[in-house]
Design a protein around this ligand. Structure first.
Ligand SMILES: Cc1ncc(COP(=O)(O)O)c(C=O)c1O
Length: 393
C-alpha cells in the first residue's frame, strides 16, 4: 500500500547520535549528552506537588478544547506581568506543547501551496510540519551578517520572487540562540501586516536570555494585525514531557483553532494543565529563574573556553541554551563534515553533540550544536574532553 508523499519528512541526524550514545551508555561508557534540547532539572517542586495532589483528588477528564479557564487566565496574567500587554484569555489556546500549537496555527493560517518563509538555520519541525501540510517552505539564508535572523530586505526578495503568505520567526532561536531586538521584531511585524503575510512568532525560549541590551519583545503586541504567538512550558519552566504549550491568537483565528483543537486532540493533557497553573506562582517563577542562572553560569564558562575549543565562529547565544559553532576547520582532521565530527567525538571521547545538518541542509555540514542545559559540571567535563580529543586528531 502506498505511503503518502507529503509525510516524507527527513529523519534527524541526531537520532543516530542518540542511538549510539544509548548503546555506549548501556555498555558502561560515561557518555556526556549535550544533544538534548531540554533542561536537566524537570518541573519545579510547586508544580510537582500540585500534580501529586490532583492525582489524588481530581477526576482529570477531558477539558475544554482551548484549555481550562484558570490556566488561560494565568497565561494572560503572564503577559501583563512580563510584557505589560493585555491579552484577553479568549484569544489564548492551550496546546499539546508548542509542537501541537504549530500544527494548529499552520492549519488555521495556511492553505496547501501557501509560501511560508523561515530562517535557515532553524528548528527543523517548522519546515517539516509545513511541508507535510503541503505548504511551500521558503528558506532565508541567515548567517552572521544578519545575526542568523531574517530581515525585511530578505522578505522583500522572497515576496517579489513568488509571493509570501507567512513568516515564522524564533527569538531566542534554536540552534543559534540569537534574538530579535524589539525594533527588528516591530519592523518584521509591520512589513508582514503591510504585505498581508501571517507572522508566527515562536517565543518558547523567552525568559532564557543573558544580555541586558537585547530585550525580549513579544509579538502579542501585534496580534491585532494578525500575528500568532507560540509559547510553551517546556523550556523556561522545564516541563518538556508534560506536553503543554499555548498560542496567542488574533481574533479571526480563534474559532477556527477551537474547532480544529477539538477535532485533533479533544483537549490538551488535563493533569499538565491543572498543575501548570502553579508554574505562574512566585515559587514557579523562582525555580525557573534558578535554572536560568545555572544556564548563565554554564554559558559564561563555555564562552571563556571558546578559543580553546577552536570552533570559529560561534553564534552569539544571546538566549536559549545552545552554542552553535563552526567546526569546518576540523574537516581534514576528522575526514568529513560535522556528522563525521559528531560520530567520531562520540566514539572516541563519549561526548554527544547535534550535527548542524538537522538545522541547515545547506551549510549545516560545517556546524555543530552544543546544549548547555545539562548540569554545569557535565558541560565543563565535555569541553575538557572535546579539547583533549582535538589534540589526538
Ligand atoms: C525553537 C523550538 N520551538 C519549538 C520546540 C518544541 O517544543 P515543545 O513542543 O516541547 O513546546 C522546540 C523544541 O526543542 C524548539 O527548540
Amino acid at each position: 500500500m502506498k505511503v503518502s508523499r507529503r509525510s516524507h519528512v527527513p529523519p534527524f541526524a541526531v537520532m543516530q547520535v542518540l542511538a549510539t550514545a544509548n548503546e555506549r551508555r548501556a555498555a558502561g561508557h560515561d557518555v556526556l549528552n549535550l544533544c538534548a534540547g531540554e533542561p536537566s532539572t524537570g518541573a519545579s517542586d510547586v508544580v510537582r506537588e500540585r500534580a501529586a495532589e490532583l492525582l489524588r483528588t481530581a477526576d482529570l477528564g477531558y477539558t475544554e478544547a482551548m484549555g481550562v479557564p484558570a490556566l488561560r487566565a494565568e497565561i494572560a496574567g503572564h503577559y501583563r506581568r512580563w510584557y505589560d500587554v493585555e491579552v484577553d484569555p479568549s484569544r489564548i489556546a492551550v496546546t499539546t506543547g508548542s509542537s501541537g500549537g504549530f500544527l494548529l496555527a499552520f492549519l488555521a493560517a495556511f492553505d496547501v501551496g501557501d509560501r511560508v518563509a523561515l530562517a535557515r538555520p532553524g528548528y527543523p519541525a517548522y519546515k517539516n510540519i509545513l511541508a507535510a501540510l503541503g505548504c511551500e517552505v521558503v528558506e532565508l539564508d541567515c548567517g552572521p551578517d544578519t545575526r542568523y535572523q531574517p530581515t525585511v530586505p530578505q522578505l522583500m526578495e522572497a515576496y517579489y520572487e513568488g509571493g509570501l503568505d507567512g513568516l515564522v520567526v524564533a527569538s531566542p532561536a534554536n540552534p543559534t540562540g540569537t534574538m530579535l531586538p524589539p525594533a527588528e521584531l516591530a519592523a518584521l511585524a509591520r512589513w508582514c501586516e503591510e504585505h498581508d503575510v501571517r507572522l508566527i512568532s515562536d517565543e518558547i525560549y523567552h525568559g532564557i536570555a543573558y544580555s541586558a541590551d537585547v530585550q525580549q519583545a513579544t509579538a502579542a503586541m501585534y496580534t491585532g494585525s494578525g500575528a500568532v504567538v507560540v509559547n510553551s512550558f517546556s523550556k523556561y519552566w522545564a516541563m518538556t514531557g508534560w506536553r503543554l504549550g499555548w498560542l496567542v491568537l488574533p481574533e479571526e483565528l480563534v474559532g477556527t483553532v477551537d474547532a480544529l483543537a477539538g477535532n485533533v486532540a479533544l483537549s490538551p493533557p488535563a493533569l499538565a494543565q491543572h498543575a501548570g497553573v502553579a508554574a505562574f506562582s512566585a515559587a514557579g517563577y523562582a525555580a525557573a529563574a534558578d535554572n536560568v542562572a545555572r544556564y548563565a553560569a554554564s554559558r559564561a564558562a563555555l564562552l571563556d573556553r571558546v578559543d580553546e575549543l577552536g570552533w570559529r565562529p560561534v553564534a552569539p547565544a544571546d538566549g536559549a541554551f545552545y552554542l552553535y559553532g563552526d567546526v569546518a576547520g576540523f574537516r581534514d582532521a576528522v575526514g568529513g563534515d560535522s556528522v563525521t565530527y559528531c560520530r567520531r567525538l562520540l566514539a572516541e571521547a563519549d561526548v554527544a553533540l547535534t550535527p548542524g545538518a538537522d538545522f541547515d541542509a545547506v551549510h549545516g555540514g560545517d556546524w555543530v550544536r552544543l546544549s548547555f542545559a545539562a548540569a554545569p559540571d557535565v558541560v565543563s567535563r565535555a569541553v575538557d574532553r572535546i579539547v583533549a580529543w582535538h589534540r589526538t586528531l
